[in-house]
Design a protein. Structure first.
Lengths: 110, 117
């Protein structure tokens, strides 16, 4: 079965600082990978998805970027965080079955 | 533009009764629908799904109904249990979005379900 590892679980960062969130997947190969964000009181919004190494599609213009350096590794980054980047970030794996989510990273920007 | 809407932010139900969670969508290209359950500080957990070729799918206490003409789906939980208390999200996908039939998901805002003992 698939396992998704996301870290850290919580993160507090100052405005203007860089960000790197990592997601790794076990139990599958060549998965579709997704980054979602849930802002306070809102639903989940798709940020990026990837169908293979080095392939990234962005869904909304924003202050964030994503990379997929390995088949089962998906990284979410920012050079300078904004207050509006606060939220709950979720990595998901999909492909031939309904998307399965990690436990997320709670990001607070001060 | 909110393509998937859950108009009820919260629902309170007594244990043993039926919980009905509703979801509306606007994009006629959506042909696959899912329900997820989410506890605080955890990722969503997949519950049940339905393809647009069906109007009903059942899995134990959970049944999802799809009304394509009304662009409406609902999740029924019978009987409701206190452990069902969580946030429920509906999500929709269009075939081949992202290259597979399980492609990019568009989520509703969620409904907080509280089941009282």
């Amino acid at each position: 079965s698939q396992t998704i590892h996301q870290w850290p679980a919580t993160l507090v960062q100052p405005v203007g600082s860089p960000l790197s969130l990592e997601c790794t997947v076990e139990g599958t190969s060549n998965p579709n990978l997704y980054w979602y964000r849930q802002a306070a009181g809102r639903g989940l919004q798709l940020l990026f998805y990837s169908v293979g190494i080095g392939q990234i599609s962005s869904e909304v213009p924003q202050n964030l970027s994503a990379s997929r350096p390995q088949d089962r590794q998906f990284i979410l980054s920012s050079k300078k965080l904004l207050l509006s980047d606060s939220g709950f970030y979720l990595c998901a794996v999909g492909g031939d079955q309904p998307q399965h989510f990690g436990d997320g990273t709670r990001l607070s920007i001060l | 533009d909110q393509q998937v809407k859950q108009n009820s932010p919260s629902l309170s139900v007594q244990e043993g009764r039926i919980s009905i969670l509703n979801c509306d969508y606007t994009n006629s290209m959506f042909d696959y629908f899912l329900w997820y359950k989410k506890y605080p500080a955890e990722g969503p957990t997949f519950l049940i799904s339905i393809s647009s070729i069906k109007d009903k799918n059942e899995d134990g206490r959970f049944t999802v109904f799809l009304n394509k003409s009304a662009k409406h789906l609902s999740l029924h939980i019978v009987p409701s249990q206190p452990g069902d208390s969580a946030v429920y999200f509906c999500a929709a996908s269009a075939s081949n979005a992202g290259g597979t039939s399980y492609g990019k998901l568009t989520f509703g805002q969620g409904t907080i379900l509280t089941v009282h003992p």
